[in-house]
Design a protein around this ligand. Structure first.
Ligand code: PLP
Length: 382
């Protein structure tokens, strides 16, 4: 029984990634920038991984650089935009803090926020209005949201940006490995992170356009065509690719069955625990994600009880008091105590329908257990 439901936070290492990591570490541990034969073989592997990543996205290999993950990649894009003195940028209210935080820091007063619908989807009419009136030179809209699982209309947003001659950044950290990635390469900037889809932590990629101002992120050695200095983490890069190939090869074929498994969970939960509300339920969502608003007590208590039953889930970034509550949920119009009642469930490539149903049963029995418990007596004070 697989009780791990926190894949949107991180995923275990996929066996294919582990094998690729060990193989590259054993046979290609040399520095790809060195000049002897073994280093040449490491360079060859590095470049073939770059080609394969580019093929998966549908872009040129020269547009791909490897770095430590999506946080670094998104920071790099925003620093690049700031260095180019872009007068104005826009981003959706769904963005991960590794987009919104550097954007607020680097573009104070020069930033428009694309609002969300109550179901968590970026409002394309509002984006069009922003493009027409504020003329942002760069727009950021993620592919899939880490908290709600909503599939954002990134293709439509890209079209709008093309029409208004704005560059488009798509954070695909949660999309890749769960949905087909081909076509993402049409975006100007794409960011991704291996540990979200079965690769190791600390490795990711960035797709940058080869036109315009030269991209210089970390300065130092000539690695990654001078765009990101530092010796390449080749075993991790090989593992990133192996995990991606392994989880995506079956993603399209398995999609109907995976959606069915989640639906069966939601149906069972509606029967066993009608007090629970599904959030963002009306929007197209990743097959692996369910965001629930549960009855009292607070989400952290639910999480602790589920954890005691062996289930790993997440409160997302919602907090109990409202202060510091999830910006995404606030942007969806949620407010008040519900912000402290939210639980995120995120499955993985090996989650079975039986695992989902066991989680529904666990939620119901945790609820029943809490209802039977007498209210805790006030602490004695002497
Ligand atoms: N973007 C999204 C949508 C994410 O969900 C995450 C991780 O939670 C990140 C970026 C950051 O990824 P990394 O851990 O590679 O820095």
């Amino acid at each position: 029984m697989n009780r791990y439901f926190d894949h949107n936070a991180t995923s275990p290492l996929h066996p294919a990634a582990r094998a690729a990591w060990l193989d590259a570490q054993d046979h290609h541990w040399h520095n790809p920038s060195s000049l002897y034969r073994e280093a040449g073989a490491a360079r060859h592997l590095l470049e073939s991984c770059r080609e394969a990543v580019a093929d998966r996205l549908g872009c040129a290999a020269a547009d791909i650089l490897f770095l430590s993950g999506a946080t670094e990649a998104n920071n790099a894009v925003l620093a690049h935009a700031a260095a180019a003195n872009l007068p104005h940028i826009a981003l959706s209210a769904a963005e991960h803090p590794c987009v919104s935080d550097p954007a607020q820091h680097l573009f104070p007063g020069r930033l428009s926020l694309i609002p969300l619908s109550p179901h968590g989807l970026a409002d394309l009419a509002a984006l069009e209005e922003i493009l027409a009136t504020q003329r942002p030179a760069l727009v950021a809209l993620m592919a899939a949201n880490n908290e709600t699982g909503t599939l954002q209309p990134w293709r439509e947003a890209l079209d709008l940006c093309r029409r208004h001659r704005a560059l488009f950044l798509c954070d695909a950290a949660q999309w890749i490995g769960k949905m087909p990635s081909h076509g993402l390469g049409a975006c100007d900037f794409v960011t991704g992170s291996a540990h979200k889809f079965g690769g190791p932590k600390g490795i990711g990629f960035l797709k940058v356009p080869d036109s315009g101002r030269p991209f210089r992120w970390l300065r130092g050695g000539p690695q990654e065509a001078r765009r990101r200095a530092g010796t390449e983490n080749l075993p991790a890069i090989a593992a990133l690719l192996a995990a991606w190939e392994a989880v995506e090869s079956s993603a399209t074929d398995l999609l109907p069955a995976r959606l069915q498994a989640r639906q069966a969970f939601e149906d069972r939960l509606r029967t066993l625990l009608p007090e629970a509300t599904l959030l963002a339920a009306e929007a197209p969502r990743l097959w692996n994600t369910v965001l629930l608003a549960l009855p009292p007590p607070l989400n952290v208590k639910w999480l602790a009880r589920l954890s005691a039953c062996g289930f790993a889930v997440s409160t997302g970034s919602a907090c109990s008091q409202g202060a510091g509550a999830s910006d995404v949920l606030l942007a969806m119009g949620l407010s008040g105590p519900i912000l402290g009642q939210v639980l995120r469930l995120s499955a993985g490539w090996d989650t079975t329908p039986a695992d989902w149903l066991a989680l529904a049963d666990a939620l119901a029995s945790v609820h029943a257990g809490m209802a039977q418990r007498p209210p805790s007596s006030p602490a004695l004070s002497l």
